[in-house]
Design a protein around this ligand. Structure first.
Ligand SMILES: CCCCCCC[C@H](O)CC(=O)SCCNC(=O)CCNC(=O)[C@H](O)C(C)(C)COP(=O)([O-])OP(=O)([O-])OC[C@H]1O[C@@H](n2cnc3c(N)ncnc32)[C@H](O)[C@@H]1OP(=O)([O-])[O-]
Length: 709
């Protein structure tokens, strides 16, 4: 066997060194008359994660991928790819250049380049459609989704799937095909199978990709490259693939998406000022968890925990809520299990009215109403009921975690876990490190978040934490723009053009306008506590916009009441229509306050809303509430619908140019001196003074080391 086969390990990515290794080894094997066939496999049981993304920012060195794959395909000896664990991006393209492919049953395959703002440019857009046909190739290439080995087998992407050792199975296959003609196995020789309605298929896909990621270039380029595979001979299709890739490669979008890839991983590498870090703090094992409160948040959290294999005790205070919570949670688990073709793990959750049942759990996540007094009473009770080393977590969107910790017998074991609705769907988890949260507690919450499939970001304990602290100012700008002359549709359209999945007023209608109303009442911004001497459009020394309060007073609470900033067909309706009543309401409002409406440009909408986010992000960095700009960006990308292809508010500010951001903020602040948040932050000024260093160096310019993390 060793005479006939030449097995060469690959490392996880196709770095210059790996490409050199493969090129040389395959050339030697092709030349060596003792070798009859070649098996390519990965190192440590992993076939390949694709091109080395870190190399994209540098000058290209080492043998290029495309000729390397061509040489393999053109070889006169059969080459078999043994796919263990993953064949992604350039890794799958390499496998498609081989004559046969064997995959382990647990392997995942895919062409995720689109998620990095690129396309599969090592022949992937030309070979895959020739193998699977256009619709399947379009689906995989434009979404970047990973598929199982079984699906790959169905699509014809792999020839064999094995539960056993994939390398041994590949060796067996290689031995069995020695001497067979290779021409039919060279995908570049194949004609692309065409669907009857080629134009219709592409039209449909373009509609879908534009809906999924508004303004993103890569999915459109991916579709164009696949179209070339349908219409052009292989070599011309390859040229088209290269040209499209060159355009994407140099685009800001690709840089932003690749930044997101690394920023997401960097967010997991948290550190605290006391020296505790992700790699020196041991998380506790979590086998059982309690969830208190089965409202929308509690239900989603319970579902996430059960799906991650953690036994849950879910507690409610009244039979009626317990019953509806039980029905909702079971329904979600059953639907999910049905989708995945497995049995719903209903036995892993217990529903109870008794807090006593939490006495043995490893950790509790409290998800009761956002009310400090209520949460404090729950935490005091948990101190009495839970075993002394159980972790106590609060799901809060902005309350003081330390104040809550102070009513317990174990402040070091208290941490915030801010989930986003719906909690079983949304990817973001803000882990709020109180000043007294222990490293072990933070490590446990961060690791638990990862186990639940979340992107966990460690943030400091301040009102609104990172996400909602910034959101408040973004919303304020949108409201001020309405006062000054814009309409909700105009603001939303500008933000959607920028790339947000939904404009801010549509989001507000979806979430319910009464939520903010309640928060503002609790903060004393509305109601009997407001000093009647103050004009209605000023509070606490700054401009205040009462428009959303006035809407709530009219019963316009958003989708749930069928009317909010928009009009809906009925209560609970989803289709937002501009409401002429809002237009007259705004006109009357401006008249009452003597505001003459002016024409507001799309540029002003985007700059004021988006730069104010970044400006507050700089303040958050200075206050030590986030450890790095990447963390702030990941909060926005995964929790607030920020368009990923724009990297996040901090990355976007760096892309636009910090000097420009500063100058525009100064301009808007001069126009609106009563909006203090338009005043450029000290850190932004300092960075511009230091000639706008790259993001990795921003930390060095934060003078007051005041980290709350
Ligand atoms: C004309 C021009 C021709 C150009 C040819 C184009 C070729 C091709 O079409 C382009 C591509 O392949 S584009 C690529 C298409 N491929 C993809 O998009 C796949 C991207 N990768 C993944 O999806 C996941 O990382 C895996 C599923 C591979 C592993 O998941 P897991 O087990 O949970 O582990 P983890 O924590 O995620 O990663 C572990 C460490 O590896 C690092 N790293 C990983 N991949 C990297 C890469 N490609 N690169 C560099 N680094 C990469 C990662 O940062 C982390 O580093 P840290 O310092 O420890 O933090």
């Amino acid at each position: 066997c060793s005479d006939e086969l030449f097995i060469r390990p690959l490392s996880l990515v196709l770095s210059a060194a790996v490409r050199k290794g493969i090129t040389e080894a395959v050339a030697r094997a092709f030349k060596d008359t003792r070798v009859k066939a070649v098996v390519l496999c990965g190192e440590n049981g992993k076939f390949c994660g694709g091109a080395d993304i870190r190399e994209f920012a540098k000058a290209m060195s080492g043998p290029p991928l495309v000729p390397m794959i061509h040489a393999i395909e053109a070889g006169e000896k059969p080459v078999v790819a043994a796919i263990e664990e993953m064949a992604l991006g350039g890794g799958l393209e390499l496998a498609l250049g081989c004559h046969y492919r064997v995959a382990h049953a647990k392997a995942r395959l895919g062409l995720p380049e689109v998620t990095l703002g690129l396309l599969p440019a090592a022949g992937g857009t030309q070979r895959l459609p020739r193998l699977t046909g256009i619709p399947a190739a379009l689906d995989l290439i434009t979404t970047g989704r990973h598929i199982s080995a079984q699906e790959a087998l169905k699509l014809g992407i792999v020839d064999r799937v094995t539960e056993g050792n994939a390398v041994e199975a590949a060796v067996e296959l290689a031995l069995s095909v020695v001497g067979r003609p290779l021409a039919p196995r060279r995908l570049s020789n194949h004609a692309t199978p065409l669907p009857a309605d080629l134009d219709g298929v592409f039209e449909e896909v373009l509609v879908q990709v534009k809906r999924r990621a508004r303004g993103a270039m890569a999915p459109v380029a991916c579709a164009k490259a696949v179209r070339a595979a349908a219409e052009l001979p292989y070599s011309r299709g390859l040229e088209c693939e290269r040209e499209l890739m060159n355009t994407l490669f140099t685009s800001g979008q690709a840089r932003a998406l690749q930044y997101c890839f690394f920023a997401q991983r960097a967010a997991g590498k948290w550190s605290l000022p006391n020296g505790a870090r992700w790699d020196n703090s041991r998380p506790r094992a979590v086998h059982t968890a309690g969830v208190i409160g089965l409202g929308t948040m509690g239900r989603g959290i319970a579902v996430c925990l059960v799906k991650a294999g953690i036994s849950v005790v879910a507690v409610e205070t009244e039979e009626k809520q317990l019953d509806s919570g039980r029905r909702a949670v079971r329904g979600m688990l059953e639907r999910d299990a049905k989708r995945r073709g497995v049995t719903a793990p209903l036995h892993m959750i217990t529903f109870t009215l008794s807090m006593q049942q939490l006495r043995d759990v490893d950790l509790v996540i409290e998800a009761v109403f956002e009310d400090m007094a209520l949460k404090k009473s729950v935490f005091a009770e948990l101190s009495r009921v839970c075993r002394p080393n159980a972790l106590l977590c609060t799901n809060t969107s902005g309350l003081d975690v330390d104040e809550l910790a102070s009513v317990t017998d174990r402040p070091p074991l208290v941490v915030g876990m801010h989930f986003f609705a719906p909690a079983h769907v949304m990817k973001l988890l803000e882990v709020i490190c109180g000043p007294r949260s222990s490293p072990e507690t933070v490590a446990t919450a961060m690791t638990l978040g990862k186990r639940l499939g979340k992107v966990s970001v460690a943030v400091g304990n301040c009102p609104g934490f990172v996400g909602n602290r910034m959101l408040k100012l973004y919303l304020d700008q949108a409201h001020f723009l309405l006062e000054e002359g814009a309409s909700p549709e105009q603001v939303d359209q500008a933000l959607e053009e920028f790339g947000f999945a939904l404009g801010i007023f549509k989001v507000a209608d979806l979430s319910g306008l009464d939520i903010g109303w309640r928060v503002r009442k609790a903060a004393g911004l509305i109601g009997p506590d407001v000093d009647p001497k103050f004009p209605s459009r000023h509070r606490q020394g700054r401009r205040y916009c009462p428009l959303p309060d006035l809407l709530c007073e009219q019963g316009r609470l958003g989708q749930k009441s069928g009317r909010g900033w928009y009009l809906y067909d009925s209560a609970g309706g989803k289709e937002a229509r501009p409401d002429p009543a809002i237009s007259s309401f705004l006109q009357e409002y401006r008249l009452r306050y003597g505001i003459s409406a002016r024409r507001i440009t799309e540029q002003e909408v985007v700059e004021r809303c988006v730069f104010v986010l970044a400006n507050e992000g700089f303040r958050i960095l200075e206050d030590g509430m986030a450890a790095a700009p990447e963390d702030i960006d990941m909060v926005y990308v995964f929790g607030y619908g920020w368009p990923r292809h724009r990297g996040g508010p901090m990355f976007h500010a760096a892309q636009v140019g910090l000097a420009t951001v500063l100058q525009r903020l100064e301009f808007y602040h001069r126009q609106n001196p009563d909006i203090p948040h338009l005043q450029p932050s000290t850190l932004l000024r300092r960075l511009v003074g230091a000639r706008s260093p790259p993001m990795q160096q921003w930390k060095q310019h934060i003078r007051s080391i005041n980290s709350q993390l």
